[in-house]
Design a protein around this ligand. Structure first.
Ligand code: ZN
Length: 708
């Protein structure tokens, strides 16, 4: 097993020694890694552990594609071992969680695989602790990400407190803080919670339980509580009930498109997929077209249909669950229509049933090997209350029309709540900084290919939109708006803008596929539970096709501009600054014209502006450019660019003798196209009649290397 040796002092005084020493030793470990695997590798530190959170930006050498999942897992362990000085992850604490194929080749990148480990000590899991290793299809390692705790191998997992004692303390704390006694709770689980102490994430052995209080007509309260299994102190709280949190006003029938069950959006007969069909002659499940076959039935039978099936069971809280029983004949194709009279309560059941299937099919359509959506959800409809919907860890729940709001069992509201469930299914969770809400909204928007979540929720108004302008507040304060849905708008907005950019660049179908593929690959390859700028690096690492992030990725501009539009800092690969060279020459007004620039030499931004100062006021000038340097007489001055060169349109100097030209990379002369990686040279030519001689002159020159 590959394992680096740790100095003994570190084990004795982990917190303080680490805090002082981490920067230096981590930097040295990265330098060692770079020396072995290439200079493009980069490390992002996790400020809450002092260790590295993500290693990326390069590609390791590979002996070739792995022959099996098991071989890939072995390789992942070797890389985590070699990176131990950076991540501090102990091999003995890593248990294989999943190997997942990521079909990124379908969007013009390269197929990848991700190996996920969960962190455990002696069978006790670390809550939220995972390590992910990304490989390309040729076996090269591309990134490691950890959401776990470093140096955990020796952590003691023997509780001083019994499970029942832990539960009693948790329920007492719940009652004290909420003023009501929990009326449901889960069996306490011994876990290692990640507790932040003095800015550092530390392991705490805890009894963890999900305590909930529910009452008809009132919003439920639910919480995961972690009680320290040694001291008995309550160490962690996090919400276990995730609301679709809106207060509404106004009105109220399977509904097509994204609109709710309203008069202007009458129900349409829509195919019911994956629905269970029962009869004395045998049972069946409808397929992706809504077709079913009860094999071997040769006489008429009483066949029963209900909104239950392979991926969802709908429970009607306003009465018995809907069933339809019909006598069907063998040897003919029978047409069955559920909810024929379109009553509101039945439409809610049909909508909830269908939309969960739509989300499940979205996952399989994007990545046929991804099974995270294949489980039987429970959807409660017409739950007592109005104007809301929620997910509580084991069901999704929808209110009937009332209080000025529509029946909430429809399209984006169903996929938002089911999205919360998917966040748990991918082990990313529903982070309280808005990530839970924001990512539930991303599910809703991406599944329905529509930026609006909760359209016509109350009257003509909607709940949230991906076109929102709520800006990212920085990595130091991810939840800066103080309310989880608003905080989440930052991430939903960025995710929608990335998708919109991909649609513009690639067309609707390919753009959607690229966005969906990146999103699901990200859910599989990383466990990002907070809204932070590292998300963009994770998307770009998945999008990268050659193991070098510095030269961009196939969809770099669309991804980067999407994040930037929402106020994220963006990812800026190194790009050298332009440089001046050659000489200027005296003219009729002074010592000669000088060339300068503003903007950037990034092709994706197209914001490079050429500036020439010190030319003769009001004269005519232009910029010309080429790739090779020279230094030869030219008019009254010197030409610094060799053939072939290209002329840009003429401009008039202003009263100060400045000539300005904003370069448009989309409108360059034939042959003069500028692409990333090239160096082009620019020079300013201007007329100078008063200067006599050749009657024209030139500035010094500017060399610019272009970046993605
Ligand atoms: Zn929510």
């Amino acid at each position: 097993m590959l394992r680096s040796t740790l100095p003994l002092g570190l084990l004795l005084f982990p917190a303080t020694v680490e805090a002082q020493d981490s920067g230096g030793s981590r930097a040295a470990a990265l330098a060692t890694w770079r020396a072995a695997h290439g200079d493009t590798w980069r490390a992002i530190e996790d400020p809450a552990t002092g260790f590295v959170e993500m290693l990326h930006g390069g590609r390791t050498w590979s002996p070739g594609a792995a022959a099996s999942d098991a071989e890939l897992v072995d390789r992942a362990r070797v890389w985590i071992g070699e990176a131990r000085p950076m991540f501090g992850l102990d091999d003995a604490t890593l248990v294989l969680d999943a190997v997942q194929f990521l079909p990124l080749g379908q969007i013009g990148s390269r197929d990848k695989f991700t190996v996920r480990f969960r962190e455990e000590v002696g069978g006790v899991r670390v809550v939220g602790g995972f390590a992910n290793v990304l490989f390309d299809a040729d076996g090269g390692m591309r990134s490691i990400q950890s959401s776990g705790l470093p140096e955990l191998a020796g952590f003691a997992v023997e509780p001083a407190l019994s499970a029942n004692a832990g539960l009693a303390l948790a329920l007492g704390d719940f009652a004290t803080r909420h003023g009501v006694r929990a009326n449901h709770w889960s069996t306490p689980e011994l876990v290692i919670e990640q507790v932040v102490e003095n800015g550092r994430r530390m392991p705490r052995l805890c009894w963890r339980t999900d305590a909930q209080w529910t009452k008809d007509g009132v919003e439920p309260i639910g919480e995961f509580l972690g009680v320290d299994a040694r001291s008995g102190a309550v160490a962690t709280w996090s919400p276990s009930v995730h609301f679709f949190d809106i207060t509404g006003t106004v009105s109220a029938m399977s509904s097509p498109g994204v609109l709710p069950d309203i008069a202007s959006n009458p129900e349409q007969a829509q195919r019911m997929r994956y629905l269970s069909v029962t009869s004395p002659a045998g049972n069946a499940t409808t397929d992706g077209n809504g077709d079913f076959t009860i094999a071997g039935a040769n006489t008429a039978a009483q066949v029963t249909f209900r909104f239950q099936g392979a991926f969802n069971n709908v429970v009607n809280n306003a009465g018995a669950a809907y069933t339809l029983t019909q006598t069907l004949q063998p040897g003919q194709s029978n047409v069955v229509l559920l909810n024929p009279s379109s009553t509101a309560n039945l439409t809610a059941q049909a909508n909830a049933f269908r939309c969960v299937n739509v989300l499940r099919d979205f996952v399989r359509a994007t990545n046929p090997t991804d099974s995270h959506g294949d489980f039987v959800a429970t959807a409660n409809v017409d739950v007592s209350g109005a104007c809301n919907a929620y997910y509580n860890g084991s069901s999704i729940n929808f209110f009937p029309a009332g209080g000025g709001c529509v029946s909430t069992a429809y399209s984006t509201v169903v996929t938002h709540e089911q999205g919360h469930w998917m966040n748990d299914r991918y082990s990313t969770g529903n982070g309280a900084d808005g990530m839970g809400e924001g990512n539930a909204d991303v599910w809703a928007m991406y599944v329905h290919d529509n930026p609006i979540v909760g359209q016509n929720f109350s009257g003509g108004s909607f709940i949230r939109t991906g076109t929102n302008t709520r800006l990212f507040c920085g990595d130091a304060s991810p939840g800066c708006y103080g309310e989880v849905h608003m905080d989440g708008e930052v991430w939903m907005g960025a995710a929608w803008k990335v998708r919109a950019n991909l649609n513009t660049s690639l067309g609707n179908a390919q753009g959607d596929l690229a966005a969906n593929t990146l999103f699901l690959a990200w859910m599989n390859a990383y466990n990002q539970s907070t809204i932070r700028s590292i998300i963009e690096t994770q998307w770009l690492t998945l999008d990268d096709d050659d193991g070098i992030l510095d030269n961009g990725t196939p969809h770099f501009a669309d991804v980067d501009n999407g994040f930037r539009a929402q106020g994220f800092p963006g990812v800026t690969p190194p790009c050298p600054a332009p440089f001046t060279y050659c000489v200027t020459s005296p003219n009729s007004v002074g010592a000669g014209a000088r060339i300068a620039w503003t903007g950037s030499t990034r092709v994706s931004r197209n914001d490079f502006t050429l500036v020439c100062t010190g030319a003769r006021p009001n004269t005519t000038g232009l910029f010309f450019y080429g790739q090779a340097a020279t230094q030869v007489p030219f008019g009254n001055g010197v030409r610094c660019i060799d053939n072939p060169f290209f002329r840009l349109p003429t401009r008039q100097a202003n009263l100060s003798g400045d000539i300005v030209f904003q370069l448009n990379l989309g409108a360059l002369p034939t042959g003069g196209q500028i692409t990333a990686g090239q160096t082009w040279r620019f020079q300013c030519y201007y007329r100078d009649i008063a200067g006599g001689g050749a009657l024209f002159n030139a500035s010094d020159a500017l060399g610019a290397t272009w970046c993605p």
